[in-house]
Design a protein around this ligand. Structure first.
Ligand code: FE2
Length: 580
């Protein structure tokens, strides 16, 4: 903080204390409410809250502090006031809609702070992929914090755009940066440059007082503890009660995920029946896709699910306010309604009915009586983040037609395994199609293999939205359709395309990094729905097949993955071809 800024802040705090003493009138006065104290978990009746310059000056019984002519009085008689909700783990740039669309739709939900990952744009655009989304978060009507993406790829080839640690240090100095984003546990142990870069980044961040976000899916006992030894302090991957217990006992901040990727609350419901300390439990979305957002909601929907399941309201609200703030060391600013904190709040009818009537962020009313009162700020992305599908030819390498070959098989909609199929055995070849990957940033270098179990019976489907990879993936039944898909992805600057022969049947253009649409969320939802419907009509049986293909490239999900150089066996990160 500069000297000037420090002086300004000192004056602001001095004025705030004068408001508490009744010497200076507040900007806003909220009266007659039940106040949720997130520190103690109490709902305290007949409270008042005085706000000045975006900060809370006073909470308590006194309702008349010497009101000024300009003071806005909000009578919250019979209502309950909560701190603004905090989503502690989401992916702003992987759910296909832009930042403005997110802000517009999130305001009515009562979420006033979002802590987001940025790995997707960084994988494609390196430093620009961090800098420009971060600039886009500035001066929005809600508050954003971010984590630095460690860019954890399957192999070094997926990490070509990863900024050097020296380039990342200035971001770590930014007060809006809370630490390092999720590190897949397997990556921290990798030999050579890949693991070394990440381990160094972790140590730099910890040394600067920042947190390091974990990703411990599938790790337990000594492996989990070996990973934790690096200084990792959170995980949003537990899917069973046992996994939650194990991580809580190791000192983790455990994020229960309830969003589009997975909905874990029902599966871990048993933990809420115990008499334990829940202050390290967090409820988060891990991202919500356009369909989920428009039909069910965002973190508000997760919260309502929790309340419906019988989680006591005080605990449910702590899980989306103070607990999150404490984990990210932001509790001196947000997460509670107490003196000196940011005036971020939500007014709801009662503790058991989460239905925002008024939302305030930074002391400004941004939503009231069903209407948003603010507009999102326009976000700018530079030329370098457009036209990122540089696959100049539609060459498709040939595949063998006889003998036994290696294939990637879907065990369920996300998990895969290595499998061997006999090309001359019709029974074994049922539901086997081609899968093509190409490096879309540089030279179009590619690999073609076999995919079993996706269900597609005609045409081809392609995506540039592969997790943790700068490649594009096309899965298809014939070469003509696959070429059409590749050509169209190039024309659109990325996204998703489904084609049969030369005809494009359904598409979703995503020109920013091949990841983000410039269209309204409703339009994005209808484009994606048309793709899903087309895939379903043509044989695919998995729920959310778009996610199935997006995730074939990530080290986050077991067991057998793919890059533009070949299949990758996660166990030893070995690159394997089709031939045995
Ligand atoms: Fe995540």
């Amino acid at each position: 903080m500069t000297r000037e800024a420090t002086v300004e802040e000192m004056e602001r705090r001095l004025t705030l204390s004068k408001v508490a003493l009744g010497e200076v009138p507040p900007d806003t006065l909220i009266t007659h409410m039940t106040l949720f104290n997130s520190h103690t978990g109490e709902f305290i009746k007949d409270q008042s809250l005085w706000i000045k310059d975006g900060l809370i000056a006073y909470i308590g019984k006194d309702s008349y502090p010497g009101k000024g002519d300009q003071t806005l009085v909000i009578d919250a008689e019979g209502m309950t006031v909560l701190p603004g909700l905090i989503d502690g783990h989401t992916h702003m740039v992987s759910n296909r809609y832009g930042i403005e669309e997110f802000v517009k739709h999130v305001i009515p939900t009562g979420v006033t702070t979002v802590i987001t990952e940025l790995m997707e744009t960084a994988t494609i655009s390196g430093r620009d992929g961090i800098e420009f989304p971060v600039k886009g978060f500035e001066k929005q009507p809600i508050r954003f914090y971010y984590t630095i993406p460690p860019v954890c790829g399957l192999t070094p080839a997926e990490e070509v755009m990863a900024p050097s640690n020296d380039l990342l240090i200035p971001f770590l100095r930014d007060p809006q940066c809370v630490g390092i984003g999720e590190i897949y546990w397997g990556n921290i142990f990798l030999d050579g440059g890949q693991g070394e870069r990440v381990r160094e980044l972790v140590n730099i961040a910890l040394g600067m007082g920042k947190v390091v976000e974990g990703h411990t899916a599938g790790a337990s006992e000594r492996k989990l503890q070996a990973y934790t030894d690096f200084g990792i302090s959170s995980c949003h991957e537990p899917i069973t009660e046992e996994e939650v217990w194990e991580r809580l006992r190791l000192g983790y901040w455990v994020m229960i995920r309830e969003g589009s990727i997975r909905k874990e609350l029902p599966g871990v419901a048993g933990i809420f029946k115990e008499r334990i300390d829940y202050r390290r439990l967090i409820l988060t979305t891990d991202g919500v896709d356009p369909g989920g957002f428009l039909e069910e909601g965002y973190l508000d929907a997760s919260l309502k699910t929790g309340l419906k399941m019988g989680i006591p309201p005080a605990l449910a609200y702590q899980m989306v306010t103070i607990n999150v703030a404490e984990h990210f060391r932001l509790d001196h600013l947000i997460g509670s309604l107490s003196p000196g904190k940011k005036a971020d709040l939500v007014i709801i009818p009662s503790p058991s009915e989460y239905s925002p009537r008024l939302v305030m962020c930074d002391g400004r009313v941004i939503f009231r009586d069903g209407k948003s009162l603010v507009e999102p700020k326009k976000v700018f992305f530079p030329e370098s983040m457009f036209r990122t599908v540089n696959v100049n030819d539609s060459d498709i390498p040939s595949l063998p037609t006889r003998g036994k070959v290696r294939a990637m098989e879907l065990v369920n909609r996300l998990v895969t395994k290595e499998s061997i199929v006999d090309l001359e055995n019709d029974e074994e070849m049922k539901d086997v199609i081609s899968i093509l990957t190409k490096d879309r940033l540089r030279n179009g270098e590619g690999f073609i293999g076999f995919l079993k179990g996706f269900g597609l019976e005609r045409g081809a489907y392609g995506t540039t939205m592969n997790w943790d990879s700068p490649a594009l993936i096309v899965v298809g039944c014939d070469q003509l359709s696959m070429r059409t898909v590749m050509g169209r992805l190039r024309e659109n600057g990325g996204g998703n395309v489904y084609a049969i022969g030369e005809e494009v049947v359904a598409e979703f253009p995503a020109p920013v990094c091949g990841l983000i649409s410039l269209r309204p969320m409703e339009k994005v939802r209808s484009e994606l729905k048309r793709i899903e419907d087309s895939l379903r009509e043509n044989g695919v049986r998995w729920e959310n097949p778009i996610l199935t293909v997006d995730t074939l490239s990530t080290a986050a999900i077991p067991h057998f993955r793919i890059t533009h150089r070949g299949y990758v066996r996660l166990r030893d990160r070995k690159i394997l071809g089709v031939d045995l």
